[in-house]
Every structure is written in C-alpha cells, then in structure tokens.
Design a protein around this ligand. Structure first.
Ligand code: GLY
Length: 423
C-alpha cells in the first residue's frame, strides 16, 4: 500500500515511525515532512494547505491512503478533497473537524448534550464582551473561536487583564480571523490530562493518557507554547476517572456529533481538567496532540495503519487497543527565544546516537537538510522521548538523551514530568 502523510512536525514523525512498522505499507510519502521523517518517507515539498497540489500528487503517485495529521488542513476540509478524488483518508471531514475549529461550536455541543465543561458565554463583538466582564468572576478564560496555533487561549487573573485580552483577540486581531468570535469561560482548577481516542463515527477506542507542559519556562512560567514536553501515562487518570469519562464524556461526544449529522472519524483529543466536581472538558482537538503523540504512539502495540483504516472503514469495534505497561517522557528541545523570536538554520549534531536504541526516540519537530547537514528549521526542533519501567525512570532516561544532541541556542525545560515524581 502507498501511504501519504500530511504534516511535518514531531507528531508526524511519531506517526511515520508507527506506520513504518506496518508490513502492509510498501511506500510512504510525507508532505512536507522534515529531516527526521526522511528516514521513513520520501518527503515532498508541498505545504499542508496546498490542497490542489496535494490531491494532484496523490493521484499521480496512485496513493492508496492518506493520513491528514495537522489541525489547519483538517478544519479546511482536506479529507473531503481527497474523498472527492476517490482517495481513502484518515481524519475527520470538514463538518466534523469543526469540533476543534470552532470553540463556540464545541461549547454549544457540550451544553446541548450535557457533557461536563465550564460555564461560558459566546460573543461576536467586543462591547458585549466588555459589558459581561464587568460583572464576571475572576480569574476568567478568553478563547478565540477559531484555530490559533494552540495559542488563542488567555487566562486572565483580573478585570484589567481580561479587558486587555478582549482588545487583543477581538480588536487587534492578534490571532487573525480566529478572533472574530470569542468564548468567555469560567476558570477551572485541577490536574490537566490529555486523552487521545480513535473514533470511527460510532465506536470509540481510548488510548493511554498523557500530560502536556505548555508554558515555555520551568515551573510553568513564561509564554504559552505548542508544548514543551509530555509524559504518559498520567498517574492522576485513575480507573475511576476513566470510567466516568467513557460514560459521560467520550461516547456522548461521539454520539452527539453523529446526532448532529457530523459523524466524526479520526482522532478526538480530549483535553480534560480533573476538577473537585469531577472531570470536565477543557477543549477538544480533532487530531493527535503534539507532543502527546510522541509519548503515546511509542507505547502502542497495535499496527497503527490497521487502527487508522478501521476508523475510516467503520470497523473499530473489531479492534482492541493495547499499550505497553511502562511509561514515556518527551522533552522538547527548542531554539532559545521560542515561541517569540529564534534563529533557524543551525546545524544539529549527535542524531546518530539514537540509532538502534529501542527505548529512545528523537522526533524531529522543526528540522531540514542543508548542504548535506541537518539544521534547525523551527522553534521547537526535536522531541527527545524515552521509555522506562516507571515515569521516574523514563524521565531520567529522556533527560540523559537530551545531552546526546547539540545545536546552538538549544533550550529545554528541566521539569518535564517532575511534579509526578513528587506527587
Ligand atoms: N499539546 C497540545 C496540542 O496538541 O494541542
């Protein structure tokens, strides 16, 4: 089978690594891919939003199956385009990817179907939002309605911050048209957990849990990023929490989407907050999380292609997911200055140290080839993942492995998974 993966970050490297183990695949392409993905797939220089070129390429190469991994092409309807061309694809259609593409849609869905989440209001203009904030309880959460590279959420501790936030999102359009509408949400406290699930429209299969560290600096300080590291499983995601979520959150979400005529096939990522009143949904994503995929997929025992095809074909009820009884930690190596301003094109050395080591992975998030060398090509550069018998062991191994690779301005957090050691 010839497979084309869309995307070019650490998540896609983790997906390609998983797919490379499937015996059914005879040839893998990735658009645009990166220097790490090139080990498994032929990388093609087509951007993820160049729909016409992607479909033409898939036709020319007689691709049998496409995996659309990032949020923007999913929300833009790339799966629909491949389907129109008669090419089977993994991922939700546009009318289902709205689950992530519009925060207002997802909040209204949860309200309509009694899925636990924070209280909220939606606003189409800044003056109504500002009036509401006068009487609202602080802290409060502001969310740009649309996709904003995972950065469109502002947590405001007082009214002044909240008013400035409304200006940023709705007037200054810091997140572009994503801020034409805004959701204002009650602030929740508790442990955050990420749970990725496979969905085939009606059946849902739950993967092992994970947790992301979103802030740039140690101790959860600094700016929000795409994610500075992850660990899996989360010790706070107990059997009791899992049972509650399956009954009250996961299956009801799949059923709700179906009832709305928006059958969801692909991955639903449940961002959960474990509050004193029980688990609640913080956000939905319509794809694998990044860097969550970099700790979840290395622990999965199933043939990834087989599970993905079952989602597309509506046969997920025939699949039981299996995960290794261990733990994984991923430490992101970024370029100093990320997420604001950073250099690209810096040579990366030491990548060979990861060769033939079963428990270690070096997923490329932003890398490229230049003059026969591998160089940095993004703010997040590498995701160094290690597996261990326990989280503590996985953490020690991952940090040890961060020393195996070098590039100028290498920056990382030093406390990924640390709170867990101390829990
Ligand atoms: N790590 C969070 C996300 O993928 O959106």
């Amino acid at each position: 089978m010839k497979v084309l993966v869309i995307g070019g970050g650490g998540r896609e490297h983790a997906i390609c690594t998983g797919l490379s183990k499937s015996r059914k695949i005879t040839k893998m392409y990735c658009a645009p891919g990166n220097a790490g993905i090139a080990e498994f797939a032929e990388c093609v220089p087509i951007g993820v939003m160049e729909f016409d070129k992607l479909v033409a390429f898939a036709r020319e190469k007689e691709i049998d199956y496409v995996v659309v991994a990032p949020d923007d092409p999913l929300a833009g309807g790339l799966v629909d385009e491949f389907e129109k061309a008669g090419i089977r694809s993994f991922g939700p259609r546009k009318n289902a990817a709205i689950l992530e593409g519009s925060k207002a849609f997802s909040k209204d869905l949860m309200k309509k179907y009694n899925i636990p989440t924070a209280e909220y209001e939606t606003f189409d203009n800044p003056s109504d939002a500002l009036e509401y904030l006068e009487k609202a309880k602080m802290p409060i959460v502001l969310k740009a309605d649309g996709l904003a590279l995972g950065k469109g959420v502002l947590i405001c501790k007082d009214k002044e911050e909240a008013k400035a936030g409304v200006k940023e999102i709705m007037e200054d359009k810091k997140f572009g048209s994503a801020g034409n509408r805004m959701v204002v949400e009650q602030f929740m406290t508790g442990r955050e957990v990420s749970v990725l699930t496979f969905v085939d429209g009606k059946t849902i299969r739950v993967m092992t849990s994970a947790q992301d560290h979103k802030r740039a600096g140690d101790g959860d300080t600094g700016l929000n990023t795409g994610g500075m590291g992850t660990f899996s499983p989360s010790p706070f995601y107990t059997e009791e929490v899992d049972k509650f979520c399956r009954e009250k959150i996961y299956q009801p979400t799949v059923d709700a989407m179906r009832a709305e005529g928006r059958e969801f096939r692909g991955v639903i990522f449940f961002g959960l907050m474990l509050t004193e009143d029980g688990p609640k949904v913080l956000e939905y994503n319509a794809r694998f999380g990044d860097p969550e995929a970099q700790v979840v997929l290395p622990r999965m025992k199933n043939d990834l292609l087989e599970v993905m095809e079952a989602c597309t074909d509506g046969t997920l009820d025939k699949i039981e997911l299996q995960f290794e009884d261990n733990a994984a930690v991923c430490v992101v190596l970024a370029s100093e200055g990320y997420p604001v301003k950073y250099e690209k094109g810096l040579e990366i050395t030491g990548l060979d140290n990861f060769k033939d080591k079963d428990d270690y992975f070096c997923f490329h998030a932003g890398s490229a080839f230049r003059d026969g060398k591998v160089v940095t090509n993004g703010g997040r550069v590498l995701g160094v993942t290690a597996k261990g018998a326990t989280l503590k062991e996985a953490r020690a191994k991952a940090y040890e492995a961060t020393e195996w690779v070098s590039f100028d301005n290498k920056y990382m957090r030093h406390d990924i998974g640390k709170a867990i050691d101390e829990a």
